[in-house]
Design a protein around this ligand. Structure first.
Ligand code: PEP
Ligand code: MG
Length: 581
């Protein structure tokens, strides 16, 4: 039966494919009693499922050993194989089946729940987090038991079902750490029941250039594995089991979008300058070194934001200084003298890393907690290792350091002291680095925007993080779909803060960029140009659309119109004026 669900459009485009449910095992399985005489067969069924998963993990292990595979994959597979063979998963469910005559799936889920509860009691954060591995192993076995030994395809491989056979992930929720793993998989799109439009999960979806809709509320319970679905990431719509007419309509629209995209490619080598000859710098946001390919494809002027925290996710140990150095060096070298702005670790909030779980406290309100620079200053050894890695990479290109989530001048001063300390350590080791490396700050807390005079004296450049600036100005959690309708980039308070920061930076004669999602929204390019912005940093996939707006704009005219618009307090009138710019 065909039906449609509406949510938040977070990554544009259309995906047509088959649903792959990413599930919490407990919600799924049937519970029934097995007859005494059928018990041996049920136990054999369970043992065969374990054997199949053992083979799957063996294949994954071989894959993990091939060049180019993420280094943490191998460690993860080993942990999963260890849990699979542990008697607590391999034997105890069989005892339960014998004692309670429950079916294999039910026995396994009961045992999993018991183990998860035991792990929850553990004080050590690292060990406690291992419960997720148990759940993942159990989910693998359950999929085999349920006759769905389905795996997501590796990127570059063929979809399992021909051109519309790629999988569309359907989940209740996905963390940024889950989503970043899609970079190595062949996923056509994803939808979730939870999530806000500027959550990091949504941001990663945009960087993957795959259509995504979040905040659908009921997709996970209503969609069945393998259902044909259409994700309209531009309108925020999910269509399940579409009829032939709708499917044809969407196929057509998908082809049109692809055509439009390919036409845009002609702009790649065009100069990003306005009609009145004002040059604009268009930079790229990246999460991992592998994103460089997209940066080059878009013809970006550099990397305006490297979200380094993604190097710390989906692994059990921290990336060492050398490993980080290698990641930063690869980007610096590839950009061949163009600026590479490396943001120091912005962990916390919705971005969690299990390698830091021992030190990360369960915060009562993560968005307002020990996040970003606050976390780094509280963990000087982790911070110093990263600073040394960035400094070492600065010898291989034009690297600059960006500090996230500043609210206090003292945070800048402490960071600058630590940068000096890292430099001294490197001098002692006779390591080469750029002695004059530029240090900039992210303006994403209203306090910083309002007290910017003291900040610009200590920083060499600014980058406005509008995702957080809006979150903290309007007091709405960017990950919470329940308040996502209040997330308004055109709120007069937001516009004033933005304009103030741009003007203060100009007066102080230091460069200022916007690197939040606003910078990549072509509907807002003219507004930002009118405010005086000349540096934009965005997902590479957005860059040519924004360039298209720039080459048709006249900054003088826009400045006049935006000055008028800024006097307005009425949201509706502001919206109308932005549309008419
Ligand atoms: C922002 O807050 O706008 C930003 C660019 O940083 P992040 O989205 O990673 O918090
Ligand atoms: Mg931010």
């Amino acid at each position: 039966m065909s039906f449609t669900l509406h949510g938040l459009a977070v990554s544009q485009g259309i995906a047509i494919g088959h649903a792959h449910l990413v599930s919490h095992a407990t919600l799924e399985v049937a519970h029934y009693t097995v007859r005494e005489r059928d018990l041996p067969r049920e136990i054999t069924r369970f043992e065969e499922a374990l054997a199949t998963v053992r083979t799957e993990l063996g294949a994954l292990k071989t894959e993990a050993a091939t060049p180019g595979s993420p280094s943490e994959l191998s460690a993860l597979v080993n942990v999963h194989a260890m849990f699979l063979d542990d008697p607590m998963l391999a034997e105890v469910p069989k005892d339960l089946m014998r004692e309670r005559r429950c079916n294999a799936e039910w026995a396994l889920v009961q045992q999993m729940e018991l183990l998860v509860a035991q792990f929850d009691e553990i004080d050590d954060g690292y060990l406690r987090e291992r419960k997720h591995d148990i759940v993942q192993v159990v989910e693998r076995v359950l999929r085999v038991l349920l006759g769905k030994p389905r795996r997501l395809g590796r990127k570059g491989g063929k979809g399992e079902k021909g051109d519309e056979g790629e999988l569309v992930v359907v989940a209740h929720d996905l963390s940024p750490a889950d989503t970043i793993q899609f970079k190595n998989l062949k996923i056509a799109g994803f939808v979730t029941d939870l999530g806000g439009a500027t959550s990091h999960t949504a941001i990663v979806a945009r960087s993957l250039a795959i259509p995504a809709v979040v905040g659908l509320h009921h997709a996970r319970p209503l969609v069945r594995e393998n259902d044909m679905i259409i994700v309209d990431g531009t309108r925020g719509v999910l269509i399940v089991d579409p009829d032939a007419r709708v499917l044809e309509e969407y196929r057509l629209r998908k082809r049109e979008l692809e055509l439009e995209r390919s036409k845009l490619k002609r702009l790649k080598t065009a100069r990003a300058a306005t009609l009145d000859n004002v040059d604009v710098e268009l930079m790229a946001n990246i999460e991992l070194p592998q994103d460089i390919a997209q940066v080059k494809e878009a013809g970006a002027d550099g990397v305006g934001l490297f979200r380094t925290e993604f190097l710390f996710m989906n692994r059990d140990t921290l990336p060492s200084e050398d490993e980080q150095f290698e990641a930063y060096r690869v980007v610096a070298k590839a950009l061949a003298g163009k600026p590479v702005t490396i943001r120091t670790l912005d962990i916390g909030g919705d971005k969690t890393a299990r390698a830091l779980a021992g030190t990360e406290r369960q915060a009562p309100n993560p968005a307002l907690g020990l996040r970003a620079i606050r976390y780094c200053l509280a963990e000087p050894q982790i911070f110093l290792a990263q600073l040394r890695a960035i400094l070492r990479a600065s010898h291989f290109g034009k690297v600059q350091i960006l500090i996230p989530m500043l609210a206090h001048v003292t945070e800048i001063e402490q960071t600058l002291t630590m940068i000096e300390q890292a430099k001294a350590q490197l001098r002692e080791r006779r390591c080469k680095f750029d002695e004059h490396i530029a240090v900039g700050g992210m303006i994403e807390i209203p306090a910083a925007a309002l007290a910017l005079g003291a900040f610009v004296k200590r920083l060499q450049f600014l980058s406005i993080g509008t995702n957080d600036l809006i979150q903290y100005t309007l007091a709405i959690d960017r990950t919470d779909e329940a308040v996502s309708h209040l997330y308004d980039p055109l709120h007069p308070a937001v516009l004033r803060l933005l304009s103030m920061v741009i003007q203060t930076a100009h007066k102080a004669e230091i460069p200022v960029a916007v690197c939040g999602e606003l910078a990549g929204d072509p509907k807002l390019t003219r507004l930002l140009l009118g405010m005086g912005l000349r540096q934009f940093s965005m997902h590479p996939t957005q860059l040519l659309e924004v360039k298209q707006q720039i080459v048709m704009a006249d900054t003088e005219q826009l400045a006049m119109k935006v000055t008028r618009l800024m006097r307005c307090d009425e949201p509706e009138r502001i919206r109308e004026q932005v549309e008419r710019l």
